[in-house]
Design a protein around this ligand. Structure first.
Ligand code: C5P
Length: 221
């Protein structure tokens, strides 16, 4: 066990995409490598936290020294998160699919002479908003992410209010930034009326800086 400022603190991290099956061989998903969520779990672990890492099917393996719960769909992720509570803090870095199929299809959809399948969607639960708005068992600190392509700070600030979380880590994922799937990130940490713009840095540095802020917050009386 690591000694550190977060020793004895339970911290939940969601990471990676979710996959929502269309049929047994196809799915819809958001783009997410899991790199930033994994780096955050590592940084929190290294400050001594007990990390519960709920991850969808990511490109990279989960870190060691954390409690890993692997899930596939948003609904499985929500169940895993609910089961992990109570925790001291929760960081929602997963790129959860907003929609799933309205109906499960257990056999492969076949091509039929050019007739196109009609896919009907249902909305997935918002896991972050659900936890942020809990009356009982709400973590002391709830951190969300906002991947935006336009008006990053403005949109992220609106999102913070809508979801009811304490902080939002906003990042610009416009295609020309190379951030999606890359090793660097440029984020702004938004917390009650403050927008703290961090210079572009490695995802591990972002994670370490965020973990340090979390430690500060959880240990301040
Ligand atoms: O609304 P949007 O998906 O942009 O919000 C992003 C934030 O909300 C991220 O922290 C993400 O992990 C979280 N989220 C969630 N459950 C969803 C959708 C998003 O936890 N269904």
């Amino acid at each position: 066990l690591t000694d550190g400022p977060l020793k004895g603190k339970q911290i939940l991290v969601t990471s990676g995409p979710t996959h929502e099956p269309i049929d047994p061989v196809r799915y819809i998903a958001n783009r997410s490598s899991g790199a930033q969520g994994t780096a955050i779990a590592v940084a929190l672990r290294d400050l001594g936290a007990d990390v519960i890492f709920v991850t969808g099917p990511a490109d990279i393996p989960p870190p060691t020294g954390v409690h890993v719960i692997k899930v596939e769909t948003a609904r499985e992720m929500k169940n895993a998160v609910d089961t992990a509570l109570p925790v001291d803090a929760a960081v929602f870095a997963a790129a959860v699919a907003d929609w799933r199929m309205a109906q499960e299809t257990h056999s492969k959809i076949k091509k039929k002479n050019g007739a196109l399948p009609e896919l009907k969607f249902a909305e997935n639960p918002d896991i972050l908003a659900g936890v942020a708005q809990l009356k009982k068992n709400r973590p002391k600190l709830v951190v969300g992410f906002a991947a935006e392509t336009d008006n990053v700070i403005e949109n992220a600030t609106l999102k913070l209010g809508r979801k009811g979380c304490d902080w939002i880590v906003a990042n610009d994922v416009s295609p020309d930034t190379g951030i999606m799937g890359g090793s660097e990130n440029a984020v702004t940490l938004i917390s009650n009326g403050n927008a703290d713009v961090w210079p572009r840095m490695g995802k591990s540095e972002v994670a370490q800086k965020l973990a340090a802020r979390i430690a500060q917050e959880l240990t301040a009386s």
